[in-house]
Design a protein. Sequence first.
Lengths: 668, 74
Amino acid sequence: MNFALIGNPNCGKTTLFNQLTGSKQHVGNFPGVTVDKKEGKIRRQEDVTVVDLPGIYSLSPYTAEEIVTRDYLIKSHPDGIINIVDASNIERNLYLTLQLLDLEMPMIVALNMMDVVTANGGKIDIKGLEKKLGIPIIPISASRNQGVDDLIRRAVRMVRERQLPERRDFCSGDVHRAIHSTAHLIEEEARTHGVALKFASTKLVEGDEKMMNELEIQEAERDIIRHIVDDMEFHCGMDREAALADARYQYIEDLCSELVVKPHETRGQKRSVKIDRVLTHRIFAIPIFIGIMAFIFWITFGTVGATLSDWFSAGIDYLIGLADTGLQALQVNDALRSLLIDGVCSGVGSVLSFLPTIVLLFFLLSILEDSGYMARVAFVMDKLLRKIGLSGRSFVPMLIGFGCSVPAIMATRTLSSERDRRLTVLLVPFMSCSAKLPIYAMFTAAFFTEYRALVMISLYVFGILIGILCGFLMKKLMFAGEPVPFVMELPEYRMPAPQSVLLHMWEKAKAFMKKAFTVIFIATIVIWFLQSFDIRFNMVSDSRESMLADLGHLISPLLVPLGFGDWRAATALLTGFSAKEAVVSTFAVLLGAGNSSDLTVMLGDIFTPLTAYVFLVFCLLYTPCVAAIAAVKKELGGLRQAGGVVLFQTAVAWIAAFAVYRIGLLIL
Amino acid sequence: MTLDQLAIGREAEIIAVGGQGGLRRRLLDMGLTPRTKVKIRKVAPMGDPIELTLRGYELTLRLEDAKKIEIEEL
């Protein structure tokens, strides 16, 4: 038995899902799109599963979330629908309920937050509502786990006894007539395609092209439907979309005036107004936001995070040391030992050392998300991002990009539109991540001792500018067409539930670990192999003779136009693909520098101050590291897209570096 | 008069919702239908978007989209 859990965003759907399933759930993507799909077994009901569908307001086919939900309901045929409705916001929530009822599937309403409504003098006549809608309605409180067992029992019984919603007509007059006539016309098509007749005919009257094509309606019938709709529009004095939306809301308003006593302003609402007065204040909103983000950065990338990371990597190093001694004691073959220790362990280990940072960051971010603050950030920052075709929601992931691209790309999951998510993923790598800092530090120490800060700041600003430029271009070229409208609900502020924060954190950590042991695992082996063997597959002790160095020689001509056609620079850039810090260590190895002051001097052999700056620009913009690419692959949904990002970023880096070099030559 | 011209704290009734495609559907789906009462709650620090109350909840809209909603001030 399989249930679909559907409801508006912010109505407690995730909380209910967690209550229903305990923590036994499986997260995946819907095929073809990166919208989350969570599936879980219902507690104490081994053969009953529930799928958590994305939060939506309507079943119109415009956003990826709506399409995913619709297709799931129509094509996967769940045995029943659990529709969660926020009782404190019942009018808008029932709008979706009415559309779901058209699907003529067994359906039950979980009326959430009833406790809040009653506590504030509100009243809902549940028996009356059941009668009006023709389906069972169970009052629950998802956050307090009240009524959930009752809900499960009633839902299972409903499916066992195949209780369909009792027939009700939600529209009257002209709209009803139009739907009725259309239904007669398309009975055959709806049956052959297995779509509920009422849903199909309502959507056709509403002007749903997707449904029109799915049902393969013939031209003659399309003509008749057009006539029916014209007639309806004439009589209602409204176009088809407005007429349908108006009819549904009209029905809901009538129903509410009869059965619902609205609660007076709740404590939560009063509190929200007060908090908002500060957090979205005309003058203080932006400074407060900067303050909060600075605090999060300071915690994750500063003291606390760094300490945790240090402990964690010390632990990893200790374990690697133990393994190394063990392998030596067992007299394992040198090449194999090098593969295991230098390749796998230190490669995966160095990436794993990011784990505490990522967990900590997501802990803090999910508090912001769950409390309702993220929606305010979008509200405050929207105007800034609109110019590059994004909405305020993309601001936070971009900002995290300055710390590390990996969590930044993972954080795009909170964006509500697929288009925004893709565009944001592509722009995140332009925000200079903290792993590039060691490169900047090394070069500024060697070439720009007097203007260190200026050079560093110029690089950050340069990255942002190029990002904005690319945003403009992508908006025009790849993401042309209608952007997803920024019509967003501002939910009440809430205390984040510890369970959901921890679960969220655990999911992110799990995803990251999985990546470390798959993509990154393979990549580190490849890089180790290239670094440890020469072209004849002899193991080398000096990486100057390795295949990696050969590759460096091979691609260095490409870098000549940029002014640093040295093979060592090329090789360093290659290793930077595994992690940006590796650029520094590669220079140290290839130049044979014993300590950092030697290195500073020796870099002078390869670079002039101008080419050093050009090199930094290239480092700033060229391909993201393996871990980030793995994240991109997951979010954009394929290897091809990830490869595209590598090529695109590198091309942008080359062009920008070339421009800087040429202009620099002219000036100097 | 259109919704973007309504002052903070003032209330109005929607007369018609313009625009097209996904945006218009979204506006209608969120309950911005004719005869609905709306009230402007707040304007974002940079002057755009705006926040409004309707049907007992808070919604934010950009000014350019609010321009497409015809209203009558109450």
